[in-house]
Ligand binder design. Structure first.
Ligand code: CAA
Ligand code: NAD
Length: 294
């Protein structure tokens, strides 16, 4: 049940982190990213992160080099044909994920386990149309993947015991802690965290405090490692709007409805650190709160 060869589809914030921890754990990794311009950025992000561990003395330089050696940048999904496990971390949208799984089902071995890193989409809906839906489950990593210990293992009503065993063994092998969650939107953490993040934007809209003060208050007053607006910039404002829309559609509770300001910022291209601007301008040495004309 041990995973030796891992495929990762999607080389963005999460896919690159997942590829990094699997390669660091000694697995061969095939990272497929469909946007050619993103591929070098994925490798650069992985290298930067590995270098931070080397600088801290928690990773030997040789181990960093070996991890990079085990990481293959795939330019076609066909390169994932020999994977024991494939994890997708592409855009948070059901149709592209379903299309990706259907494509992979004709490429990968029948015993290859399929895992989605989705934040809020149904696992069983992603498996719809597959010959073997029992092979699929969720492996929900947290951002930044190299630093966050939790992985939510999401089993659908169709997930097989074998898939669960392969997935939980993999989570241990990459040094993370698995918590099994039900296939319900938001699973455990996001069910609680997303309304908190949206409430921070609503507080900003109402003029409760400035961007910097809202973050300082939760960092200093509640001991959070980073404030909610900084965390939104980390996660990606576009990703949070997609997650919130999916959860609102599922639960029809206003606490999951994205605030108008958040949508407007995504429409303006302010998607957070990954675009350089979100609630903060990340393009300089230090993040600077944005003037949003509130
Ligand atoms: N790779 C390697 N090392 C990293 C790193 C990375 N990506 N990020 C941080 N580090 C290291 C730093 O080098 C630093 O090491 P030293 O202190 O030994 O020098 C250490 O981690 C602390 O980093 P920072 O000093 O930059 O800042 P920090 O103390 O705040 O830690 C953090 C960074 C771990 C990200 C911390 O801020 C944190 O835990 N933030 C909360 C993140 C969070 O809530 N994630 C969940 C988001 S929700 C989600 O992911 C689910 C979803 O579906 C949206
Ligand atoms: P991202 O935008 O940083 O990366 C997504 C990547 O997938 C992009 O590089 C994009 O080019 C690529 N992509 C899109 N369609 C593709 C396809 N058909 N084939 C191959 N690559 C494709 O997004 P992200 O933040 O890494 O999120 C990815 C997934 O992980 C989403 O489902 C998200 O909900 C989930 N997630 C995100 C976080 C977070 O904090 N950002 C945390 C946990 C889970």
């Amino acid at each position: 049940m041990t995973t030796q060869v891992v495929g990762v589809a999607g080389g963005g914030l999460m896919g690159s982190g997942i590829a990094q921890v699997a390669a660091t754990a000694g697995m061969s990794v095939r990272l497929f990213e469909h946007d050619a311009a993103q591929r070098p950025r994925a490798v650069a992000g992985i290298t930067r992160s590995l270098d931070r561990f080397v600088a801290k003395g928690t990773l030997a330089p040789e181990a960093r080099d070996a991890a990079l050696e085990r990481l293959m940048l795939a330019t076609s999904l066909d390169a994932l044909h020999d994977c024991d496990l494939v994890i997708e971390a592409i855009v948070e949208d059901l149709a592209p994920k379903q299309a990706l799984w259907r494509a992979l089902e004709s490429i990968c071995r029948d015993d290859c386990v399929f895992a989605t890193n989705t934040s809020s989409l149904s696992v069983v809906e992603q498996a719809a149309g597959l010959q073997h839906p029992e092979r699929m489950l969720g492996l929900h990593f947290f951002n930044p993947v190299p630093m966050m210990a939790l992985v939510e293992v999401v089993r659908s009503v169709r997930t097989s015991a074998r898939a669960l065993e392969v997935a939980t063994t993999f989570v241990g092998a990459v040094g993370k802690t698995a918590v099994v969650a039900r296939d319900e939107s938001g699973f455990i953490v996001n069910l609680l965290l997303v309304p908190y993040l949206l409430d921070a934007v609503r507080a900003l809209e109402r003029g409760v405090a400035t961007i910097a003060d809202l973050d300082a208050a939760m960092h200093l007053g509640a001991g959070h490692p980073m404030g909610p607006l900084t965390l939104l910039d980390f996660v990606g404002l576009d990703t949070v709007v997609r997650i919130a829309d999916i959860m609102f559609d599922q639960y029809r509770e206003t606490r999951y409805a994205p605030p108008p300001l958040l949508r407007r910022m995504v429409s303006a291209g302010y998607t957070g650190r990954k675009s350089g601007q979100g609630f903060y301008d990340w393009r300089g040495d230090e993040p600077v709160p944005m003037e949003l004309g509130l």
